[in-house]
Structures are given as structure tokens and as C-alpha cells.
Design a protein around this ligand. Structure first.
Ligand code: ADP
Length: 493
């Protein structure tokens, strides 16, 4: 039967979805379930891996049943997942020995402190592209081995498997046949060497992790085994972490292309091609989606902690708006701000400032400053913070960024996108399709299945709006100078 569809599994922090795309890249059907969060202690966040698998399975069945599409018509499945979240399960029973420890979880900060004291920071940066932080999987895995009764013995007897969520889902969907992961997910573990493309012995030793429990790492677009559905075999042909999948779904294949996902936080990735740029500005170096038999490529990554979250703050705490989307009209209805800045350092400042102690502040208010001005200054802060990260990326890579491709909830805001283009003085390109991350995973699978090639992106990815810079140079410089001053005043270190 003719292969007319590709399915994406999109397993995120708060929800699990299955999405069917047709070969024109159009979303044909979606099924979604909210994911239950567990907070066993302050700073701890867990998911139940069995629930994740069951939710993925349910949405997969639902999306096929509701759309009436038969498994024979599906060319393949691509998986994209919340990154860094860590699962350990028993090799024989396939049962997790502990809940999944979620990327947000801070319980391993002591282990991180210990790694820093051992003088590993520079080694980590050079070989894994990361910084020592509880965010990444390695220390979470060590925590499970150290704290779950009997885990270390089982690990030493070669009876345990470690995986990020992609790896866990593949294992379950292939009935335990495949214990694998892809380059993008491996590059977020703190134990994978992004130069040699092998698990890193020094880090494994430092964290006391046996190599036998690690998945095999393969290209993001390659054969990850098959799912049996009503006696039909559906191949899993794509796997990638969510931010890298979004860069791929945006068609960000060339060096110099950057993307920003404006969600709760903002995640910015700059494709640096074959070049592995070591950041001097606190950015991460990471592997991007890889295609079988082609060399791997790298990106610089930076994130903004308070993106859309600060719009939620305007709504829920300040009660200045009822809906996030109202901000667009309000920002457009008043003249450009003169020297009013909100620095939303609610959870400290991330790259390139790295100041955990900084807190949110407002500068430059006069008696004219009212509700609208405060709202506009908060929306502007998403663009200013993005510019800070992108400036750092340009300095680190020594290259000019020529386009910013955008997605995520707040990219719907036309005022924000125009202001972003004005500040960066480059084009901001927003696609029609909003399911960019899921599409990235589908594209990886479609390439391996032979129904798409990377070049098809130009036909599939339809532009909604390109925002061109309109602000004059003087205003751009003045605005940004004011922001930098506000940042300087906010910093505590
Ligand atoms: P996530 O995937 O992180 O949950 P989404 O991509 O769904 O985030 O985006 C939701 C975020 O975007 C929310 O924080 C919300 O406040 C913000 N947001 C949504 N629409 C707009 C808008 N029109 N203008 C500004 N912010 C918006």
C-alpha cells in the first residue's frame, strides 16, 4: 500500500502527543494527553516512565483510530522528547527501578559540586560541550545508582539499562529489542564525548557508571527498530531531542541559521555546521540532528529562563492582562518606550550573564509609566534577552547570524516579532505551521523512509510572515544601551 503519512511522537514535559502528517507536511490528526507531575520533595520533579509509555501508546492508537488511517499507509514514526530526563530499568523485566528524574530536578546539586571540586569543569566543557549542572542526565543516573537499593549491584551484573525518554520509548515500543538513542539526546547526558562520538570514559569513571548500561548511539535519522500494530510493522526512523528537532523542522540545516522557540522559556540554537565552537560566554555546544552516512553538525545553544513565563506573571500575579494574546494590541497602541525596562530575572539570569542571585526589576519609571508601559517593557524583555544570547553566539562563533527562525506560543505576537527584528537588525522568519518540533521528528523519519529529502523542506515549510528590521540605527543602539545598563544594575555578582 502507498505510504502517505508520517507519525511524530512528541513526548514533552507536560504532555504526550501523537501527530500524523501527510506528505505535504500538513497535520492530519493529533491526539494528546496531559502528563502527571510528581514532586516528592522541594526541588525534586519526577515522571512515571510507565505512564509516559502508556500515554504514548494511547495517543498512538487514538490518532490512528480517529483518523481512519491504516498502519500500512504510515512510512515511519519519528520521536521527539523532553531532553535530559533520566530513566533506569531492568534489562530482563523491562521495569523501571525508579521514577524518571526530570530535567528540572535539582537533587543532584551536591554531586555537581563534587565534580567541580574534582576540577572537571574544563574537561566537561571541552569534551561534552556542557557545563556541570544538575540539568543534565549523568548526575541523575549516578543518583539512582547510589540511592535505589540494590541498583549498583544490578548495574555491575549488567542487568540495568539507562536511557533518556526517547531511548525508553524505543525500548518499550520494540518490545525490548532495541536499546538505542540518537546523537542529540546523547549530547545532553554529560557522559557523551561530542568530539569522538563515543561514551566518555573519564566522565563514566568520575560518576561511577558502568558502560554496559548505556544505549547504542546512532544517527537521528536511521533505523531504530519497529512497532508491531495489528500484525503490521511500522518502523521508527527518527529520534531527536525537542530543541534540535525544532531546528531541523525549521529547515535549519545550514551554518549561520538560528532558531528561537518562544515558550515558557526561550531556547535559541545556532547551527555552526562542522565546527564545534567552544563557548567563552557560557553557552552550550551540542550535536544537532544527524542523518545516516552524513557527518555530524553542531550548534551553540543558549536559553532564556523567563520568556512566556513573564507574560504569565503579568496575567496571574500582576493581573494586568487577562490573556497573553492581549499584549500584542496593547504594545502596538502606545508609542515606543523611552527608557523603561523590565528585567525578568525571576529565577536569576541565564546565558550570557549567569547570575543565579539576580532578581526581577523595573527601571526608568516616571509618573507617565502606567499599565501599558509595564506590559510593553515586559514583552520587550523577551527580545532583549534573545539579543543578549545571540550576541554571545556571534562573538563565540565569529560569524554573523543572518536569519532567525521562530516558533513557540509567544512567536504569535506580531509586535514582539517586529521588535525582535528591529533589535537584531536581521529578518525574523515565522512559518505557517506551528508544530515545528513534531514536524522535525517526522522529517527525520520521512528522510530515512525515503518519502522526503532535506530539500523538500522548501516546499513543505510555508512562511507565514517575514519581519524586516525597520528601526533606525540610532534608536536601536540607544534602546540596547539602556537594556545593558538595566542588566548591569540587576546583577548581584
Ligand atoms: P510551552 O511549550 O513552554 O508550554 P508554548 O509554546 O505553548 O510554551 O507557549 C506558551 C507561552 O507563550 C506562555 O508562557 C504564554 O504566556 C506565551 N504566549 C502565548 N501567546 C502569546 C502572545 N500572543 N504574546 C506573548 N506571549 C504569548
Amino acid at each position: 500500500m502507498e505510504k502517505k503519512y508520517v507519525i511524530a511522537f512528541d513526548q514533552g514535559t507536560t504532555s504526550t502527543r501523537s501527530i500524523i502528517f501527510d506528505l505535504q507536511g500538513k497535520v492530519v490528526a493529533i491526539s494528546q494527553k496531559e502528563l502527571k507531575q510528581y514532586y516528592p520533595q522541594s526541588g525534586w520533579v519526577e515522571h512515571n516512565p510507565e505512564e509516559i509509555y502508556n500515554d504514548q501508546l494511547d495517543t498512538f492508537y487514538n490518532v490512528l483510530l480517529e483518523s481512519g488511517i491504516t498502519p500500512e499507509e504510515v512510512a515511519g514514526v519519528g520521536i521527539t522528547n523532553q531532553r535530559e530526563t533520566t530513566v533506569v530499568w531492568h534489562k530482563e523485566t523491562g521495569k523501571p527501578i525508579h521514577n524518571a528524574i526530570v530535567w528540572l530536578d535539582k537533587r543532584t546539586s551536591e554531586i555537581c559540586k563534587d565534580l567541580k571540586e574534582k576540577g572537571l569543569a574544563s574537561y566537561v566543557k571541552k569534551n561534552t560541550g556542557l557545563v556541570i549542572d544538575s540539568y543534565f542526565s549523568g548526575t541523575k543516573l549516578k543518583w539512582i545508582l547510589d540511592n535505589v537499593e540494590g541498583a549498583r549491584e544490578l548495574a555491575n551484573q549488567n542487568k540495568l539499562c539507562f536511557g533518556t525518554i526517547d531511548s525508553w520509548l524505543v525500548y518499550k515500543f520494540t518490545n525490548g529489542e532495541k536499546h538505542v538513542t540518537d546523537h542529540t539526546n546523547a549530547s545532553r547526558t554529560l557522559i557523551y564525548n561530542i568530539k569522538s562520538l563515543e561514551w566518555d570514559n573519564t566522565m563514566l569513571k568520575a560518576l561511577d557508571i558502568p558502560k554496559s548500561m548505556l544505549p547504542k548511539v546512532q544517527s537521528s535519522s536511521s533505523d531504530f527498530g519497529s512497532i508491531q500494530y495489528n500484525n503490521v510493522s511500522i518502523p521508527i526512523y527518527g529520534v531527536a531531542g525537542d530543541q534540535q528537532a525544532s531546528l531541523f523542522g525549521q529547515g535549519g540545516f545550514e551554518p549561520g541559521v538560528a532558531k528561537n522557540t518562544y515558550g515558557t522559556g526561550c531556547f535559541i540554537l545556532l547551527n555552526t555546521g562542522r565546527k564545534r565552537v567552544k563557548s567563552k560566554k557560557g553557552l552550550l555546544t551540542t550535536l544537532i540532528c544527524s542523518v545516516e552516512n552524513e557527518p555530524v553538525n553542531y550548534a551553540l545553544e543558549g536559553s532564556v529562563f523567563a520568556g512566556g513565563a513573564s507574560i504569565q506573571w503579568l496575567r496571574d500575579k500582576m493581573k494586568l492582562i487577562e490573556k497573553a494574546s492581549e499584549t500584542e494590541h496593547i504594545c502596538q497602541s502606545i508609542p515606543p518606550l523611552k527608557n523603561v525596562y523590565v528585567v525578568p530575572a525571576f529565577a536569576g539570569l541565564g546565558a550570557p550573564h549567569w547570575d543565579g542571585k539576580a532578581r526581577g526589576s523595573v527601571y526608568g519609571m516616571t509618573l507617565d509609566t502606567g499599565r501599558e508601559e509595564l506590559i510593553k517593557a515586559t514583552v520587550n524583555a523577551l527580545a532583549y534577552q534573545t539579543k543578549d544570547v545571540m550576541n554571545a553566539m556571534e562573538k563565540d562563533s565569529g560569524k554573523n547570524i543572518f536569519t532567525l527562525k521562530v516558533d513557540g506560543g509567544a512567536s504569535a505576537n506580531n509586535y514582539l516579532m517586529q521588535f525582535q527584528s528591529d533589535l537584531l537588525n536581521i529578518e525574523v522568519d515565522r512559518p505557517k505551521m506551528i508544530e515545528v518540533t513534531a514536524f522535525g521528528a517526522a522529517l527525520l523519519a520521512g528522510i530515512k523512509a525515503g518519502v522526503w529529502s532535506q530539500y523538500d523542506i522548501n516546499d513543505i515549510r510555508k512562511v507565514d510572515t517575514i519581519f524586516f528590521p525597520k528601526m533606525d540605527e540610532d534608536a536601536r543602539k540607544k534602546n540596547y544601551k539602556g537594556w545593558k545598563k538595566a542588566i548591569k544594575r540587576t546583577k548581584r555578582n
